[in-house]
Design a protein around this ligand. Structure first.
Ligand code: CP
Length: 309
């Protein structure tokens, strides 16, 4: 059997196998231990320069990548499209090639266009990490979500995870489906029929339009926000009606005869897809997800930078 060449880019969970994910998790375990020690840093990527190119808004992902890069000792450049010459009509490739000519090794990119990272990977030499491309994929979010489930339950295999909300416009949903299935979890999507892609069952997921039924089935509920910025038409009558049917409240959790784990990739819209008391409850691991994001991103950058994935 010939050895697989190392993976150059992280463009999506599609393209990874279970063994890649285990390697990322084991590396993230070590980085989490480091992050919880007084030292917090390693010079593992001190010879690497990373450009963070954010063409779309972000809080968690941008800060998390930047912190991960600093903890690994990399040199970093931060770019945001709102304050750049993109506004003057420059193309994506011209923008990136200008940045790369300053000797950049790796690009972490968020972009509103699905496939933007794949496109870039075909046209430039640097390594690319997808930090979310439109409605397509958000691989490091899925990795940190699955890592958080593993931390909570000891294993992802055999767990039942329902992803609730705007599946149609969500890159988090698609990456989570791929990642959880690779690790042996069962996945259900739940939401109004208008926000569930028509043929999603072909991916091997269960589909429900009834939140209470989905909650009864699952061990984990991953609540997604309504992606109003990607919606060009009305998909439900009102946010109030959506919230009544698909918002996770303490009342709905109390109707279960078990305790489930509640997740959310953020940003959360309190009172819409999740009530404040649920978001802040002991069942919620939302802030653990954010904490784990730094260790996961350190692992991804380290393994790619050292060509060990
Ligand atoms: N979860 C996530 O991608 O959040 P940001 O949009 O704030 O990066």
């Amino acid at each position: 059997m010939t050895a697989q060449p190392p993976i150059k880019h992280l463009l999506g969970i599609k393209g990874l196998n279970a063994s890649h994910i285990q390697t990322i998790f084991e590396t993230a375990d070590n980085f989490k231990t480091l992050l919880n020690s007084p030292v917090k840093k390693t010079p593992a990527l001190r010879d690497i320069t990373i450009a963070n190119l954010f063409f779309e808004n972000s809080t968690r992902t941008r800060v998390s990548f930047e912190l991960a890069e600093k903890r690994l000792g990399a040199d970093i450049i931060n770019f945001s499209s709102s304050s750049s010459s993109v506004k003057k009509g420059e193309t994506l490739i011209d923008t990136v090639n200008n940045i790369l000519s300053m000797k950049v090794d790796m690009v972490v990119m968020r972009h509103p266009a699905p496939g933007a990272c794949m496109f870039l990977a075909k046209h430039i030499d640097a390594q690319i990490v997808n930090a979310g491309d439109g409605t397509h994929e958000h691989p490091t979010q899925a990795l940190l979500d699955a890592f958080s489930i593993r931390e909570q339950f000891g294993d992802v295999a055999g767990k039942k995870v329902v992803i609730v909300g705007d599946i149609l416009h969500s890159r988090v949903a698609l990456s989570n489906i791929y990642c959880l299935q690779l690790l042996g979890a069962e996945v259900m999507v739940c939401g109004p029929a208008t926000l569930i892609p028509k043929h999603i069952a072909n991916l091997g997921v269960k589909v429900s339009h009834n939140l209470q039924e989905a909650l009864n089935w699952c061990d984990v509920a991953n609540m997604l926000r309504i992606q109003l910025e990607r919606q060009d038409q009305r998909y439900f009558p009102s946010l109030k009606e959506y919230s009544n049917l698909y918002g996770l409240t303490m009342d709905k959790l109390n109707r279960l005869n078990k305790e489930i784990c509640v997740m959310h990739p953020g940003p959360i819209n309190r009172g819409v897809e999740i009530s404040s008391d649920v978001a802040d409850s002991d069942q919620s691991i939302i802030l653990q997800q954010v904490e784990n994001g730094v260790a996961i991103r350190m692992a991804v950058l380290f393994l790619l930078g050292q060509q060990r994935l």
